[in-house]
Ligand binder design. Structure first.
Ligand code: ADP
Ligand code: MG
Length: 851
C-alpha cells in the first residue's frame, strides 16, 4: 500500500526532487530507531543514508541555500499558535454493523457546536470541545480544508508545518492522510491534496520542492490491523525561505493487548508503544507548561520536536471509531487530543538567504542605478547649458534696452533742464524789472557754480526766491516721476484690459453659439407644439363627431325632427340630483304614485317643489313614462311652474323636462296649445345660466321639427326667441339654436316641395341668414353640422337663392360641397349648386367652374 501511495505522483512531478527512501531505508531506519530506543542514546535521525540522500538532493539544486539558525532573534516574525486539533469519526464498518447492531454508538457529535459527547452510560456523557468536529459523513475535501489547508498555507508563507493523525488502529488515520483516490478522485487524502496545493503555488524559476517519504517502522500485519509509523516530508524552498511540511501517520494508539501482537512483533509493538507514550508524556509536559519536556526519550519525539511546542504550525487529527466496545481507546484518544489542544507553538518564519544571488541581484540593481544616475547627470547638464544660454541672451537684451531707455531719459532730462532754466531766467528778468534792488548774484550761490564762466550773464535772485525755485524744481521732478509711474500703471492696465477683452470676446462667442442653439431648440419645440395642436384639433373634432353620432343614436344619418335632447338632459338632471337618487326616484314613483308627485310641483315649500320637479324631469327622460306624465297633467304643471316660479333651477329642470316631452308630436301640439312658446320665450329672457337657455332652446328646437306647427311657431315668436338666444355665446346653447334652425329649414323645404308653402324662408325673413353664414364654419362641430344642413335645406329652393347669394351663403355652400367631412351633406351641397340656375349663373359670372 505504501508503494502505491507515493510512486504515481512522484512520476508526474518533473521539477520536484524526490527521495523515496522507504524501500531501501525501511529496515535500517527501523533498526536505527530500535537501537536508539533501546540505547536511549543520541543517535541521529533521520538515519545517515537517508540524510545523505537528502543532502545530496539539496546540494545538487541550482540555488545553494543556507539555513539560518532557528534561534533567529527576529521577534517580530514570531507568532504564538495553539496546536489545532480535529476529531474524525469513522463510520461503522461491516463488522460493527453486525456486532454492534443492538448498541448505540459510544460518541455523539455536535459539529455545529464543535462538540463531542462521549457516553459514559445510558444516562450520562462527557462533553469535549475540539477545533473541528468531523462526522462520519465528512468528505475528504472538507477534512483537508479543515485540518491541513491552513498548515499548507503557512508552509507556503515560509513557516514549518506538521499534520499528524493519531488514533486507534483501524479508525482511519491512513484513510485520512494517505489515500490516493485512484478509483474515486473525491477520496484523495491529505498528503496528495497538500502536494497538489504546494505545486500549484510554487514557481519553477524560484522555488525548489523536495519530497521525502519515510517509513520509520516496517509494517506488521497483525489480523484486519497494521502498525506503522510513516512520515512524508515536503520541503518547499523559496529564494529567501526554506520551510518544511511534515505529514505523520502515527502508529495505532491502542494498548498492546488489543493489537493482538505476539513474539517478535510484540517487541516491535512494545517499542512503538514506548515512542507513542513518550509523545504523550511530551504533550502532557507541554500542555502543563512544564520546564522540562522529555523530547529525547524517543526517536519519534525527537523527530517531532519542532512540531509540538516547537516552531511549526501543527494540526492534529484524532481518529475514533463508533463502537462502544472500544470506548476505552476512544476515550484515551480523546484525552490525547484534549491535551494537545493546550500545547502552544511559537511559530517563526524561517529566513534563508542566498547571499551570492542576493549580491548578484544587488550588483545588477546598483549597475542599473549608476547608469540611470549618469543619464540623469548628462540630461541635467544639457538642460543647465540651455538655461544658461537663454538667460545670458535675455540679460544682454535687457541691458541693451535699459541703456537705450537710459539714453532717452538723459536726453529728456537735459531738454527739461534747459527749458526750466530758460523759464526761470524769464521769471527772474520780470521780477528784476519790477523790484530793481536788494538782489544777490546767483553766481555766488552756495552750489559754487560760477554762472559767468558759462558765458551766461550773472542772474540776481532774492534769497527767498532761490529756495522757492529750488522747491518748485523739486516738485516738478516729483510730479514727473509720479506721471511716469502713472503711465507705467496705465500701460499695464491696458495690457490687462486687452487680455480681459479677449476673454470676454471668447465668452461672448460662446454665449452667441448657445443662443443660436437655444433658438434652434425653440424653433423645434414650436414646430412640435404646432403639430401637437393640430393633432389635438383633429382629436377634438373626432370626439365631437362621435359625441354627435351618439346624441343622434347610432343609425341615423340626418337629424330627425325628433332630434333628441334626452341624453343630455338626462345627464344634466342626474348631475343635479346625483346618481344615487335615480333609483330612489323610481322607487318614489312606484310607491307614492305619479299624481302625488305631480301635486308636489305646486307645493308651498320651495325645497319640495325643487325636488319634485327634479323627480318629474328624471321620469320624463324615460320615453316609457312620458305618456303617463302628460296624461296625469304633468306637462301643464311644468308649464305652470315656468310661469309661477322665480327660481332658475326650477326653470332649468322644468324646461329640460318639457324638452324631453317635446320629442313626441302630440306633446308638441299640447305645448303649443297651452302657450308653451311664450312661456319658454319668457324663461329664456329671464335666464342667467346658459344651461337654462340650452334646455329652452332644446325644447323650441324640438318644436321646430314639427311640420304642422311652423306657422304658429313663428306667429307666437318662437323663431325670434330661438334666434334671440344666439346672444349667449355658449356653444351648448348655439348647438341647440342651430339644431332648431336646421329642423325649421327642413320643414320649410318639405312644405315647399309639397307645394304647401310659397315665398321666401321665414328664417331669412326673420334675419337669421347673417348668423347662419357667420356660423356655417363654426369650429364646434355640432353647430357647424346643423348649420350646414340648414344651408342645404334653404338652398334647395330657388326662391331663397338671391338672398343667399347676397348674404354670402353661396361661398359657404361651395365650401360645404368641397370640405364637409360628411359625404352625404357634401354630395347634397354639390347637387344643389349644380342644379340651381341662380347659383350656376353667379358661379359662371365669378368664373368658378362648377360644370
Ligand atoms: P488506520 O490507519 O487508523 O489503521 P485505516 O485508515 O487503515 O485505519 O482504516 C481502516 C479501515 O476503515 C479501512 O478499510 C478504511 O477504508 C476504513 N475507513 C477509515 N476511515 C473511513 C472513513 N472516514 N470512511 C469510510 N471508511 C473509512
Ligand atoms: Mg494505517
Amino acid at each position: 500500500m505504501e508503494d502505491n501511495n507515493v510512486s504515481p505522483f512522484i512520476q508526474s512531478l518533473p521539477k520536484v526532487k524526490i527521495d523515496n527512501v522507504k524501500r531501501e531505508e525501511r529496515k535500517e531506519s527501523y533498526s536505527t530507531f530500535r537501537r536508539g530506543e533501546e540505547e536511549g542514546g543520541e543517535s541521529s535521525f533521520p538515519p545517515s543514508s537517508f540524510k545523505s540522500k537528502v543532502q545530496q538532493s539539496t546540494a545538487s539544486s541550482a540555488t545553494s541555500l543556507r539555513r539560518s539558525s532557528t534561534g533567529s532573534s527576529r521577534d517580530d516574525s514570531t507568532v504564538s499558535r495553539r496546536v489545532r486539533v480535529a476529531v474524525r469519526l469513522r463510520p461503522r464498518n461491516a463488522e460493527e454493523m453486525v456486532a454492534d447492531a443492538d448498541f448505540a454508538d459510544c460518541v455523539e457529535l455536535q459539529p455545529e457546536l464543535k462538540r463531542l459527547k462521549l457516553r459514559k452510560n445510558n444516562w450520562d456523557s462527557d462533553t469535549y470541545e475540539f477545533d473541528e468536529v468531523l462526522t462520519e459523513f465528512a468528505s475528504q475535501k472538507r477534512v483537508y480544508e479543515g485540518v491541513a489547508k491552513p498548515v499548507v498555507e503557512s508552509v507556503l508563507e515560509g513557516y514549518n508545518g506538521t499534520v499528524m493523525a493519531y488514533g486507534q488502529t483501524g479508525t482511519g488515520k491512513t484513510y485520512t492522510l494517505g489515500r490516493l483516490g485512484e478509483e474515486d478522485a473525491a477520496d484523495r487524502g491529505i498528503m496528495l491534496r497538500a502536494m497538489e496545493d504546494i505545486l500549484a503555488e510554487v514557481s519553477p524559476e524560484n522555488d525548489l520542492v523536495s519530497v521525502s517519504y519515510l517509513q520509520v517502522l516496517s509494517t506488521m500485519n497483525v489480523v484486519a490491523h497494521a502498525i506503522d509509523c510513516s512520515a512524508i516530508c515536503g520541503y518547499v524552498c523559496g529564494i529567501s525561505s526554506f520551510s518544511k511540511l511534515v505529514i505523520v501517520d502515527l502508529a495505532g494508539s491502542e494498548r498492546i493487548d488489543k493489537s493482538g501482537s505476539e513474539g517478535h512483533t510484540l517487541e516491535e509493538a512494545k517499542s512503538i508503544n514506548l515512542s507513542l507514550s513518550a509523545l504523550g508524556k511530551c504533550i502532557n509536559a507541554l500542555a502543563e507548561n512544564s520546564a522540562h519536556v522529555p523530547v529525547r526519550d524517543s526517536k519519534l519525539t525527537r523527530l517531532l520536536r519542532d512540531s509540538f511546542g516547537g516552531t511549526a504550525r501543527t494540526s492534529l487529527v484524532i481518529t475514533i471509531g463508533p463502537s462502544p466496545r472500544h470506548r476505552g481507546e476512544t476515550s484515551s484518544t480523546i484525552m490525547f487530543g484534549q491535551r494537545a489542544m493546550k500545547v502552544e507553538n511559537m511559530v517563526k518564519i524561517k529566513e534563508e538567504f542566498d547571499y551570492k544571488s542576493l549580491s548578484r541581484r544587488l550588483e545588477i540593481q546598483l549597475d542599473k542605478l549608476i547608469a540611470e544616475h549618469e543619464r540623469q547627470k548628462m540630461h541635467f547638464r544639457m538642460k543647465l547649458k540651455g538655461w544658461l544660454w537663454k538667460h545670458k541672451k535675455r540679460i544682454s537684451e535687457v541691458e541693451l534696452s535699459y541703456a537705450d531707455a537710459l539714453e532717452k531719459e538723459k536726453l529728456r532730462c537735459q531738454t527739461d533742464y534747459v527749458e526750466s532754466v530758460k523759464r526761470l531766467e524769464e521769471q527772474w528778468k520780470e521780477k528784476q524789472e519790477k523790484h530793481g534792488h536788494g538782489k544777490v548774484k546767483l553766481g555766488q550761490s552756495d552750489d559754487g557754480i560760477d554762472q559767468k564762466s558759462n558765458g551766461v550773464p550773472p542772474v540776481l535772485f532774492a534769497p527767498g526766491e532761490v529756495a522757492e525755485i529750488k522747491q518748485k524744481l523739486q516738485n516738478e521732478i516729483l510730479l514727473r516721476k509720479a506721471a511716469d509711474a502713472e503711465i507705467d500703471n496705465l500701460k499695464s492696465q491696458l495690457i490687462h484690459w486687452k487680455q480681459t477683452e479677449a476673454a470676454r470676446n471668447a465668452e461672448l462667442l460662446k454665449l452667441r453659439k448657445m443662443l443660436e442653439d437655444e433658438a434652434c431648440q425653440k424653433a423645434k419645440l414650436e414646430e412640435e407644439i404646432e403639430m401637437l395642436q393640430s393633432q389635438l384639433l383633429q382629436i377634438s373634432f373626432e370626439a365631437d363627431e362621435s359625441r354627435r353620432n351618439l346624441d343622434r343614436g347610432m343609425g341615423g344619418n340626418t337629424p330627425s325632427s325628433m332630434d333628441s335632447l334626452m341624453p343630455e338632459v338626462k345627464h344634466q338632471q342626474l348631475r343635479d340630483s346625483g346618481d344615487g337618487e335615480k333609483a330612489s326616484v323610481v322607487k318614489l314613483f312606484e310607491q307614492v304614485g305619479l299624481h302625488k308627485i305631480l301635486s308636489l310641483l305646486e307645493s308651498e315649500d320651495a325645497d319640495v317643489r325643487i325636488h319634485a320637479v327634479k323627480v318629474v324631469a328624471n321620469l320624463a327622460a324615460e320615453e316609457s313614462n312620458q305618456e303617463k306624465i302628460v296624461e296625469a297633467g304633468g306637462l301643464t304643471s311644468l308649464l305652470t311652474l315656468l310661469k309661477s316660479s322665480n327660481d332658475e333651477i326650477v326653470h332649468r329642470v322644468a324646461a329640460g323636462a318639457i324638452a324631453n316631452l317635446a320629442m313626441n308630436e302630440t306633446n308638441q301640439e299640447l305645448i303649443m296649445s297651452q302657450g308653451g312658446i311664450s312661456l319658454l320665450s319668457l324663461t329664456a329672457a329671464k335666464a342667467q345660466d346658459p344651461q337654462t337657455l340650452r334646455m329652452v332652446a332644446g325644447a323650441i328646437a324640438n318644436l321646430c321639427g314639427n311640420d304642422k306647427l311652423q306657422a304658429k311657431l313663428r306667429a307666437e315668436g318662437g323663431v325670434r326667441a330661438l334666434l334671440g338666444m344666439v346672444g349667449c355665446r355658449h356653444p351648448d346653447v348655439l348647438a341647440q339654436v342651430a339644431r332648431g334652425i336646421a329642423n325649421f329649414a327642413k320643414c320649410e323645404s318639405r312644405a315647399s316641395s309639397q307645394g304647401t308653402k310659397s315665398g321666401r324662408s321665414v328664417l331669412i325673413e326673420d334675419g337669421a341668414l347673417p348668423w347662419i353664414v357667420q356660423n356655417a364654419n363654426n369650429e364646434a362641430s355640432p353647430i357647424r353640422r346643423h348649420i350646414e344642413l340648414a344651408l342645404c335645406h334653404l338652398a334647395q329652393h330657388e326662391i331663397n337663392a338671391k338672398e343667399m347669394i347676397n348674404g354670402g351663403a353661396l361661398w359657404e355652400l361651395v365650401r360645404i360641397s368641397r370640405d364637409c367631412s360628411r359625404e352625404d351633406i357634401r354630395t347634397l351641397a354639390l347637387r344643389i349648386l349644380k342644379s340651381s340656375p341662380s347659383f350656376q349663373a353667379e358661379l359662371k359670372r365669378l368664373r368658378v367652374d362648377y360644370g
